[in-house]
Design a protein around this ligand. Structure first.
Ligand SMILES: [Zn+2]
Length: 77
């Protein structure tokens, strides 16, 4: 059996379950993070994963506590 690689403590948030405006609370500190907010005080983009020219996954760091949060569930075409 393969063990999934475990890096630090990454939280996974599925955007399907998020408010219409795309904002969600940080799973750790509870600060509201809005992907529409492009300032890096709110969050910092660490990595993006694009599949078929569509954004499939976004890895961000909370601007307050620094937790790594992986966003999935972007709507596809
Ligand atoms: Zn946080």
């Amino acid at each position: 059996m393969k063990k999934p690689e475990k890096k630090d403590s990454a939280y996974i948030t599925n955007l399907v379950a998020i408010e219409d405006d795309g904002s969600f609370p940080c799973p750790k500190c509870g600060m509201t993070i809005s992907p529409e907010d492009e300032t890096e005080e709110n969050y910092k983009i660490i990595d993006t994963k694009v599949v078929n020219k569509e954004l499939a996954e976004l890895v961000i760091a909370c601007g307050k506590c620094g937790s790594t949060i992986k966003l999935t569930g972007f709507q596809q075409g």
